[in-house]
Every structure is written in C-alpha cells, then in structure tokens.
Design a protein around this ligand. Structure first.
Ligand code: KG4
Ligand code: ZN
Length: 388
C-alpha cells in the first residue's frame, strides 16, 4: 500500500511517500520537510497568516520533490493522506485542499488524518510496535499520556492543565532572550549550566492522577531571573539547566503514574512510546529510559526527525487507516480542534482486518470538536531536512 502524506498544520511544509506491506512492515520512500523557521524567527513564534501563505508557496514543489525522491507517479498511489487537524486552520486548509485535488485528479482515496493520531502511530512505522502501548506525546501544543489500543482507539490517561511542555520550553527561551525555536536552544544552554543552582518547583509530583502543569514552573523561573537581572551567560545556562531538570523530574513522576493507571485499566502495555518534538530532547529521552527500566517495559523513541512534525507519519497513519478500510469523503473538513478520542475507528477488530470487504467511508466533519489547538505553540523542525 503506497500512500502520499501531506503535513501543513503548523510551520513545516512536508510531503512523504510511505509503503505499508501486508504484514505491517513499513518503508519510507521519501520524506521531505521544509521548515519555516526563518519566516517566523523575527516574530519570536509562529505567525498563522505567514505560515499559511508560506505553505501555499511551497507545497507543490515539496510534493513534486517527494514523488521524485520516491521515483513514483501519482498513478501508482493507493491513497493520498493529509493532516486535517488539529492545527493552525489556514495551513490545514492548504494541505487538505491540495490532497483533495490530487485525489480527484488521480481518482485515489483520500484519508483525512488527525495529526495527533499520526504522532501516536509513528512507533509502528519505525518499530512495528504492537497494540496496546502507552504513549507520551509532548509537543508545542500538546502534552498527553494516552493508551493506544488500536487504530482509532485512544484513551487519554493524563494531560496538561495549562501549558504544553514544548510551549514551556519556548516561553522560557523567549524570557531568557534565546529566540525561536525555544526547545533546542534551552537544551543547548542547559548543557553548560548548573542544574542545582536554582530550586524550582516540580508541580503535580506525588499526585495520583497522570496530569501535568507547567505554568507555576514558568512563573518561578521568571521570578528567579528577575531577582538576579541583568543576566550573565552563565546565569542563563544555569536557569535553563535548572528548568530542564524540573521538567525531567516531573515527566518521570507523571509517566510512572500514567503507566500504573494503564496497567490498572488495560493490563500490561507492549511498550512506553514517545512522540512529539519534545522527545528530541536528550535529557528527556534519558529520563524515559529511566522510567522504562523502573517499570520494566520496553521503550520506543523514534529518531528526532520523526518525533518532530513530518509527513512520513501522516502517510503512515493514512496507510494504517486505509488498510483497515477507513477512508474519507471529499467533504472532510479541516479542523483547528480535533481531540484524539474523537477519531473514527474501523468497524472490525485490529486482529482481523482481512474480513473488511467494502471500504468504510467516514466524514470527520460530523464529529464535534472540544479541544483547542494552541495557536501560539511554536512548532519547530530542528531535525528536519530542508529543501530550498
Ligand atoms: O511535534 P512538534 O514538532 O510540533 C508540534 O507542536 O506539533 O513539536 C515542537 C515543539 C516545540 O515547542 C519545540 O520547542 C519542542 O517541540 N522541542 C523541544 C526540543 N526540540 C523541539 N523541546 C525541548 N527540547 C528539544 N530539544
Ligand atoms: Zn506535532
């Protein structure tokens, strides 16, 4: 099954061609990502209107490049998948409309993919991870612990009560004058800092739920910075290191709770899986390793370039949905809000996809949205390959 994927929900214009074999194995034939960091850097974050216009200008070339890299024509595709949300609506419209045009012209099925579902299924693209698994999704707009039980079958076990983790990294960078994108800059500074110099709070630690909260930490960091202003380079490095350590310790505690709740409700997970741009952070990856060891569960962390936004994950999610008989009509709506638990499910169990004889047509426009994608989240493409 050969699927073209298109990603335009934030500040990466991306297209990829992915092949899914009948036994579930995957091959990425092309994966092209154009980061818009340069367009947004002067504004200290993603400007939605600039992002949408940049997607319009770049997308045709990015798709053509992906098809050329894969050495395939549109005619041999089995489907065209686009991220239909959640995300910045102008960009989502550009990607989904382009996918619809390709689907109409070449008479291919359209798959309107939920961007979060694509992050959630990436571990199956990279490692063939079997269901059910415990997902830690941490990006610029989302921080969630999710039980991934099958295609379209997601149960949220924990979430953030205020800022997303990536957003907290981005705001910390902005406060300390490190620029955009924030996450990689804070990590870089933290490497030469003293992480014990500032005692910052570890919100939520010790609670029985699996929720996160970042706003108190962010405020505490600002107060510490104000106390010692003007900041030297070493002050900035020490603040970054202390902030990163607080985040890491919170993640370890919250994931232990998440895994406990997972086992209570669904039995043993096949793995702890990380996804989203924040998982590109080395200290956080090491912390996940510590949790996995403590909990005696396998750890799957896709390579950084597949943790940050990309189209290979969109193509893969499209292929997985198509393989389970799921496709969408040309009425599929672009959505700024689209919680993971409102994604449509196949009508048959994952263990018996072969009994599907007729494709099930889903129309995501009919589902009611209830979660807001953060328009301020500065998504970054640190590990992306850039096409001029
Ligand atoms: O998944 P992603 O590429 O885009 C979405 O938000 O969907 O994630 C981007 C987020 C940004 O907030 C960025 O600062 C954060 O991931 N991030 C990092 C690192 N690399 C990216 N946060 C901490 N450390 C990093 N190395
Ligand atoms: Zn993302």
């Amino acid at each position: 099954m050969l699927v073209l994927g298109i990603e335009t929900t934030c500040d990466e214009t991306a297209a990829a061609v992915v092949e899914r074999h009948d036994d579930g194995r995957a091959a990425i034939l092309a994966n092209v990502v154009l980061s818009q960091i340069a367009e947004h850097a002067a504004f200290g974050g993603v400007v939605p209107e600039i992002a949408a216009r940049a997607h319009v200008e770049a997308l045709d070339l990015i798709i053509a490049t992906a098809m050329a890299d894969a050495g395939r024509d549109f005619g041999v595709l089995d489907g065209v998948a686009a991220a239909a949300g959640p995300g910045l609506i102008g960009g989502v419209i550009v990607g989904l409309t382009t996918a619809k045009a390709i689907a109409i012209v070449h008479e291919k099925p359209l798959i309107a993919v939920n961007h979060l579902e694509a992050h959630a299924l990436t571990a199956r693209l990279t490692d063939g991870t079997p269901f059910p698994y415990c997902l830690f999704l941490a990006s610029g707009g989302h921080t969630q612990i999710v039980a991934v039980r099958g295609i379209g079958d997601y149960v949220r076990l924990g979430t953030t009560r205020d800022d997303a983790i990536g957003e907290a990294f981005d705001k910390t960078a902005k406060l300390l004058g490190l620029g955009y994108p924030g996450g990689p800059r804070v990590e870089q500074e933290a490497a030469s800092g003293d992480r014990g110099r500032f005692i910052l709070p570890r919100p939520m630690i010790g609670r029985h739920d699996a929720d996160f909260s970042l706003s108190g930490l962010k405020t505490a960091l600002r107060l510490e910075a104000e106390k010692i202003a003007p900041l030297t380079n070493q002050d900035v490095a020490d603040l970054c290191a202390s902030f990163q350590l607080a985040v890491v310790e919170m993640i370890v505690d919250r994931l232990c709770q998440g895994l406990r709740i997972f086992r209570q409700r669904f039995g043993a997970p096949s793995a702890l899986v990380a996804a989203g741009g924040v998982a590109a952070n080395r200290a956080i990856r090491d912390a996940l390793q510590e949790v996995a060891l403590q909990d005696q569960v396998a750890l799957v962390v896709p390579p950084p370039s597949l943790c940050t936004d990309n189209a290979a994950m969109i193509a893969w999610a499209g292929a997985e949905r198509l393989a389970h008989g799921l496709r969408d009509t040309l009425h599929a709506a672009p959505r700024a809000r689209w919680p993971l638990d409102q994604v449509t499910k196949p009508v048959v169990a994952e263990s018996a996809p072969s009994v599907v004889t007729a494709p099930v047509t889903t129309d995501v426009a009919s589902a009611a949205p209830s979660e807001v994608a953060s328009p301020n989240s500065a998504h970054s493409g640190t590990a992306s390959s850039v096409v001029a």
